[in-house]
Structures are given as C-alpha cells and as structure tokens.
Design a protein around this ligand. Structure first.
Ligand SMILES: [Mn+2]
Length: 203
C-alpha cells in the first residue's frame, strides 16, 4: 500500500489501472477552507442518514444533505432524497471545482463527519441515478482524514491524506472497478465536511 501526497500534480493518475483518480492537494488557503466550513455548517440543511445494517434501517451519526439544479430524486442505500436548491456558498464552491476540473456538475451530496469515529465503509458510487463514468469531484473541508481505494478483484490499495481545502477527482471507470472508503479513526477529534459534486441523470 502506498501513501501518496499531491507531489505529482493534478494531471497524474494515482490508480494503476481500471480508472482515474486525480488529487490536486489544497485548492484554497486554510483560512478560506475554515470559512467555507463554518458557512456550510450553518446554512446547510443537515439531516441524519439511514443505513441498512443486517436488514434494519438505523440512523447514522454522520449527517448528509443533497443539492442540485432541479429537485432531482436520488436513491442510495434504499433511501430516496429530493434535492434542495443551491445555496450561495455551494454555488461559489461548485464554480471553483468546475474551473479546476474542467468538468460540469448538476448536483452535490454533502457529508458531515463530526469526528474520526464517523466514517464510510467500502462502497462505490455506482447508483443508477448517476451518469455512468462521469467525473465525481470531492472537496474536503475541516479535519484531515485518510481516504482509500481498493480494487474489486486484485484488492490493491491506494491511499490518500485528504487535507482541508483539497480536491480529488474520480473519473472514467473508477466506480466500476474500485471501492473507496473513509476509515474511522480515534486519532481525529475534529469534524470534516465533504462535498461530492456529481452528474445526475434527469428523472
Ligand atoms: Mn462514495
């Protein structure tokens, strides 16, 4: 397992095969990252998420929110959510991410992890509402967390330290062949907000 930094720059593909991941490192100052974190913490309509564990729906401590160009419906983990309209802060960040990535997005799924004890298990972002092989852009604000990819067949791992204000892109066939997760850790006590900008197919 390799631990990478952003030493290669945004053009570098960190995956050895079957997909493309670009890591830009920080794309704003720490002060701006903290300011955006505070704004989103205040203005986003954070909601408890549900997870299905052994067939039972349970409330997660992790909070989520879902915003888009239109009141799209989005289904994951057997829960359907309707998107709210963009806030001013989200539009600023969406514009920044679009300029850096050269991609366009019509929606954003936000996750709020109150501390390192909250994480996300191995999964791929392959919901049927997502445009297949479209870029997913992940912007991190707040606590630095590890983020890992694992190839579905070979089990090969690629791991990142996602610093506050950093941008990571998942492209092409990444979701088909790779899982990703946010491992829980007792070492992190501060919260993190993650924005994932996506392309949803109209429904
Ligand atoms: Mn994901």
């Amino acid at each position: 397992m390799d631990l990478f930094s952003d030493a290669y720059g945004p053009e570098h593909n960190y995956l050895p095969c079957d997909g493309e991941v670009n890591y830009f490192g920080p794309v704003m100052s720490l002060q701006h990252a903290e300011q955006y974190f505070q704004q989103l913490w205040q203005e986003i309509n954070w909601q408890a998420d549900q997870a299905i564990i052994f067939g039972r729906a349970i409330q997660t401590k992790r909070k989520v929110a879902w915003y888009a160009d239109h009141p799209f419906q989005y289904t994951y983990s057997n829960v359907t959510k309707t998107a709210g309209p963009w806030t001013e802060t989200l539009l600023v960040l969406k514009t920044l991410v679009e300029q850096l990535s050269g991609e366009q997005f019509n929606s954003c799924l936000l996750n709020l992890y109150h501390s390192g004890e909250e994480g996300m298990a191995w999964h791929s972002d392959a919901e049927r509402d997502l445009k297949q092989n479209a870029c997913i852009a992940s912007l991190s604000l707040g606590a630095q967390r590890k983020f890992a990819f694992k190839h579905k067949r070979s089990q090969e791992k690629v791991e990142f330290d996602l610093v506050s204000g950093s941008l990571l892109l998942m492209k092409a066939e990444t979701q088909t062949h790779w899982l990703h997760r946010l491992p829980p850790t007792k070492k992190v006590t501060e919260p993190r907000i993650n924005l994932t900008f996506r392309v949803i197919v109209s429904n």
